[in-house]
Design a protein around this ligand. Structure first.
Ligand code: S3P
Length: 415
């Protein structure tokens, strides 16, 4: 069986760099993702006076400046294409009471920022998104006070921004999330000695003066793993063993769905990297059938929906996804991008306001895919294109650099 290592988890890499930046002293981050999105977070932190030293592509030594040591940047803070950078930085900066201006590329500038600005304002922050609710977003210097907030949209980015704001400002924050989202920030804060606990559906952070991180191992990214799972399940590769992949329950909704579709996927060598569970994921070609996906499970598979749509195009019967309106405000409108591109290559798909319907077939899929500069659209259709009999070209394969710069080499080697 072929073993494949995966790039470091994107969500965890952002958080590891941010928390290491405000620890006291040096922290070594092993397995950190080397990609454009994580480089955006590193770039912002370095503009705020933090020294980040790459030791090799997957290892970084960060010299933390403590919770009161960040300094204002005289230049704009460029978050590139990265929503996680923009939203988590908004919380970090507001909590630190630093004036700043966050900017990003055209896609990020159009993404919704009011969802993070509004609760930060309720904490006392002076924060203003652009007139259309996106970037540039400016922050003035203010001292924050404690917050109790119920999130409207389930969002780990917003929850994390508020926890970071509370951490930096030294105030208590309680974020009530009726639908649970990924909890990497909470786990990492706890590992750093912070009192973060649950109270019903609320996550509560208690104030602290300092945090402590000296070393951190980043698991492989299960969202990246999903593309290789799709490839192997659909018979585009021999069985694969994906090593040391993060299997946090808030992230493995796609694996649960694939299993319900008939996939043979098992976890071996289960252990943990700090507070994060990891496993070797073993996958074998499987006959898949369509499924209905919706409700509270959506946040645990939101990033995998483009891949699941492409897998559904090769499953027997119909797959229906609802409750995933958030897909419309990701790096592209992923509902539209998935459906238009499936149709462009000859598959049957329809848009729903908050999801899509895909009808599977085994007919050859051929044509040109428009990625809209969206890494997950590129990789999902890359998997379909790697299957025997299909011939799919992409307008912009290089956009995978956001989360997995070597994706095309790995895909070719796995096929
Ligand atoms: C992320 C949370 C999710 C996810 C994104 C990364 C994170 O976004 O889609 O790719 O690292 O917290 P939302 O929190 O906006 O749903």
């Amino acid at each position: 069986m072929r073993s494949v290592g995966l790039p470091g988890d994107k969500s965890i890499s952002h958080r590891a760099l941010i928390l290491a930046a405000v620890t006291e002293g040096r922290a070594r981050i092993r397995g950190v993702l080397s990609s454009a999105d994580v480089a955006s977070t590193a770039g912002v932190l370095s503009a705020l006076g933090v020294a980040l030293l790459p030791l090799d592509p997957a290892e970084m030594v960060v010299t933390g400046v403590g919770l009161r040591g960040l300094r204002a940047s005289p230049t704009d803070l460029d978050c590139g294409n990265s929503g996680t950078s923009a939203r988590l930085m908004a919380g970090l900066l507001a909590g630190a009471g630093l004036p700043a201006r966050l900017i990003g590329d055209a896609s990020l500038s159009a993404r919704p920022m009011r969802r993070v600005a509004e609760p930060l304002r309720a904490m006392g922050a002076d924060i203003t998104p652009s007139a259309s609710g996106g970037l540039p977003m400016t922050l003035g210097a203010r001292r924050l006070h404690e917050l109790v907030w119920r999130t409207e949209v389930p969002s780990a980015q917003v929850k994390s921004a508020l926890l970071l704001a509370g951490l930096m400002a030294g105030v208590r924050v309680a974020v009530d999330e009726p639908i649970a989202t990924r909890d990497h920030t909470e786990r990492m804060l706890r590992a750093a000695g912070v009192d973060v606990h649950r109270d019903g559906t609320a996550i509560v952070l208690e104030p602290t003066d300092r945090i402590a991180i000296d070393a951190l191992d980043v698991p492989g990214d299960c969202s990246s793993a999903a593309f290789l799972l799709g490839l192997a399940l659909l018979g585009g590769s021999p069985p694969l063993a994906l090593q040391d992949v993060g299997v946090n329950p808030g992230r493995i909704g796609a694996i649960e769905v694939l299993r319900r579709m008939g996939a043979s996927i098992r976890f071996e060598s289960e252990r943990s990297f700090g507070e994060e569970p990891v496993a070797t994921i073993v996958v074998e070609p499987s006959a898949l059938r369509g499924i209905t996906i919706g409700g509270a499970m959506i946040p645990a598979l939101i990033d995998e929906l483009p891949l699941l749509a492409c897998v559904a195009a090769r499953a027997e019967g119909e797959t229906v996804v609802t409750g995933a309106g958030e897909l419309r405000v990701k790096e592209s409108d992923r509902i539209r991008a998935v459906v238009e591109n499936l149709r462009a290559v000859g598959a049957e798909a329809e848009e729903l306001p908050d999801g899509f319907v895909v009808r599977g077939s085994d007919r050859p899929l051929r044509g040109m895919v428009r990625t809209h500069g969206d890494h997950r659209i590129a990789m999902a259709f890359g998997v379909l294109g790697a299957l025997k009999g299909n011939a799919i070209t992409l307008d912009d394969p290089s956009c995978v650099a956001v989360s997995w710069p070597t994706f095309w080499d790995v895909l070719r080697d796995a096929t």
